[in-house]
Design a binder for this molecule. Structure first.
Ligand code: PMP
Length: 393
């Protein structure tokens, strides 16, 4: 008798993450330098950890309010105001979540109805398309133009909009390309979003990691606050991936809808992590600044090295990823990554896992020490030279 599968068709049809599949192979190998995973190499600053310990010592081991500790929501609201000139009411317009990941999931589930289309700009963070589908929506992908440094344009949105479009996922600075959009570049995007009455889900988790120009938060643009859910968290700039803490801010009705889902599915974000985050908000600035300076130095080093070895790489304005073209080698992204891993033990992510327009590119995370980066670049250079002998003088 054949055994029927109890897995829902919906879930069965989701593709497993291309990043994970690749890193399971890398994990079995020795002496691998990983430029693969998108997480800081820094340990969480000690004062954040210490405050979390203290909270446990003091017996803070129960649930918090569903939306998160009010002291933390107040600090987040102040932080958004001081850094991005945003004005959110801590009690009504901020929710603390289990990573930015849960904020994305909640935001989508709060706005999407069956059959609604949600625009996702590729190359994109690998979670967007599957979370749109899991929320019952239809992901509609736009391919950002490599010749325009993968910058999203209002025209590209205009072409993708249909009467069923409900929302758009924005990510600035972008994972995986590191592309950064300035205020002037965001303004026409805001206009088109307004014209078509869309909700913007603005993932700003890398907002602190912008290197060359000041950051404009999407909801700070004229008319956008009423139609944007701002998504962010502590994983990246605060080096807190394992604490699983993020947040969203937005219009009261949308945040209330997210809290409703959250209270039934998660109850609240981890209490001890909320205490660490409170310290991060109150006294985290110097540590964030130091890590920022390291990332900036590493970015300059990796971008120069990649270009020197013949892998064309525009200077990424933000996040901690370089996204060079590997077209000069004649290899596909998958072959490049696979052969580089096996021959030189350097792990990068093939660009096609982030969407169609990522083919011909690789993602190199520079959230690793300069020493390791230096070694990785030497190995990669040797690999590239072996594939492109004509370019070697
Ligand atoms: N958004 C983007 C763009 C990311 O790159 C990531 C992590 N790779 C996340 C969200 C998820 O972050 P968190 O750890 O806070 O869930």
């Amino acid at each position: 008798m054949s055994k029927k599968s109890f897995v829902s068709k919906h879930v069965e049809n989701l593709k497993p993450s291309g990043i994970r599949r690749f890193f399971d192979v890398a994990a079995q190998m020795e002496d691998v330098i990983s430029l693969g995973v998108g997480e800081p190499d820094f340990v969480t600053p000690w004062n954040f950890i210490e405050q979390s310990f203290h909270s446990l010592e003091q017996g803070y081991t129960s649930y918090t309010e569903n939306a998160g500790m009010i002291e933390l929501r107040k600090e987040i609201s102040t932080y958004l105001n001081e850094n991005f000139q945003l004005d959110y009411d801590a009690a009504e317009q901020v929710i603390v979540t289990v990573g930015a990941s849960q904020a994305i999931d909640l935001a989508l589930r709060a706005v999407v109805e069956p059959g609604d289309e949600v625009i996702v700009v590729e190359p994109s963070f690998v979670a967007y398309v599957p979370t749109v589908s899991l929320a019952g929506g239809t992901p509609v992908t736009i391919q950002a133009d490599a010749d325009n440094e993968f910058k999203l344009t209002a025209e590209a949105i205009e072409e993708a909009v249909t009467p069923r479009t409900k929302a758009i996922m924005l990510c600035n600075p972008n994972n995986p390309t590191g592309t950064f959009l300035t205020k002037e570049e965001l303004e026409p995007i805001a206009e088109v979003i307004d014209k078509h009455d869309l909700v913007a889900l603005s993932d700003e988790i890398y907002a602190e990691l912008t290197y060359d120009a000041s950051y404009t938060s999407f909801p700070s643009l004229a008319g956008m606050k009423e139609r944007t859910i701002l998504i962010s968290g502590f994983s990246k700039a605060f080096a807190m991936t394992g604490w699983r803490l993020g947040y969203a801010a937005g219009p009261s009705d949308l945040i209330a809808a997210m809290v409703k889902i959250h209270q039934y599915t998660m109850m609240c974000a981890p209490t001890m992590a909320q205490h660490a985050a409170l310290e991060a908000m109150k006294n985290g600035r110097p540590s964030v600044r130091d890590m920022f300076e390291s990332y900036k130095q590493r970015r300059n080093f990796i971008v120069t090295s990649l270009n020197e070895m013949g892998l064309e790489c525009p200077n990424p304005g933000g996040a901690f990823y370089a996204f060079p073209s590997i077209k000069a080698t004649g290899l596909s992204s998958a072959k490049f990554a696979e052969q580089l891993l096996h021959e030189e033990q350097v792990a990068v992510v093939p660009g096609d896992v982030f969407g169609e327009s990522g083919e011909g590119y690789i993602r190199c995370s520079y959230a690793t020490s300069l020493k390791q980066l230096d070694k990785a670049m030497d190995r990669m250079k040797r690999f590239v030279e072996s594939r492109t002998p004509k370019t070697v003088s």
